[in-house]
Design a protein around this ligand. Structure first.
Ligand code: ADP
Ligand code: MG
Length: 228
């Protein structure tokens, strides 16, 4: 890691009046923690995908995030935007399933959009832009039983946290909870997008694997923010 850039949310460099800023090291730590959680839970993710898809989601994401972490180790990103853009490009390139390009587009758009120094408000704006890019690429809306069902509530939770003047740590914890609730709420739904939609009514009764992995990504964010 490029130690000259600091290693996280530096309370001494507050910008924009909404709390500490997040540097490149913060985003590297986010992907490292996400990779750890997905590795830990890859069997659960694959089991969810076995029920309504093709049983590769855990392996897909485990491989993709490991590649992201390895790429960061080989060439540390110099800025949050670089970290996000590189992570997105790696996921698009290395993940075979639909989730690679979809997650990749979230992070690439975040990286293109994010203004620095990164405050909570700027993070939330870039995250929302990433989710919009995902919705545009996948043409999925809330309730279609996809990762959108976890990421849109997370994005909304960040917007509400900002409105309420909540700090970054609590905001990310609220976003993680919203994503987990959104993922759980996919269980009774019938899939309207992706492989699971081929099952029609039989897709109901199972949590969507992509929504479950999105909840892990947001949980990783909350953990990294809480540790800084
Ligand atoms: P594949 O379906 O190609 O095997 P994965 O198993 O890695 O890819 O990912 C499946 C997940 O991708 C689904 O659970 C769902 O959350 C997400 N997904 C699939 N299609 C779409 C879409 N059109 N829009 C948003 N998310 C989607
Ligand atoms: Mg699959």
């Amino acid at each position: 890691m490029d130690s000259g850039r600091g290693t996280g949310m530096d309370a001494g460099r507050s910008a924009g009046g909404d709390g500490p800023v997040m540097d490149a090291g913060f985003f590297v730590a986010w992907f490292e923690e996400a990779a750890r959680l997905v590795r830990r839970d890859h069997e659960r993710l694959t089991a969810l995908d076995a029920a309504i898809g093709d049983a590769d989601h855990g392996a897909n994401l485990d491989r993709g995030l490991s590649e992201v972490v390895a790429a960061f180790a080989g060439s540390p990103p110099g800025s949050p935007g670089q970290a996000l853009t590189a992570a997105g490009a790696t996921l698009i390139r290395k993940v075979g399933g639909a989730s690679g390009p979809l997650y990749g587009s979230v992070f690439r758009q975040m990286g293109r959009t994010i203004e620095e120094p990164v405050t909570l408000a700027r993070f939330a704006a870039a995250f929302e832009a990433g989710v919009v890019a995902l919705e545009r690429l996948g043409k999925a809306a809330l309730g279609d039983k996809t990762m959108v069902d976890a990421l849109v509530p997370a994005s909304r939770a960040l917007a509400l946290a900002l409105r309420d003047g909540v700090g970054a740590r609590e905001a990310f914890a609220l976003a993680a909870r919203a994503a987990a609730e959104g993922a759980e709420a996919t269980i009774p739904l019938q899939a309207r997008k992706g492989r699971a939609s081929y099952l029609g009514e039989r897709s109901a009764g199972h949590e969507d694997p992509g929504a479950a992995s999105s909840a892990l990504l947001m949980s990783a964010l909350a953990t990294v923010a809480a540790a800084r």
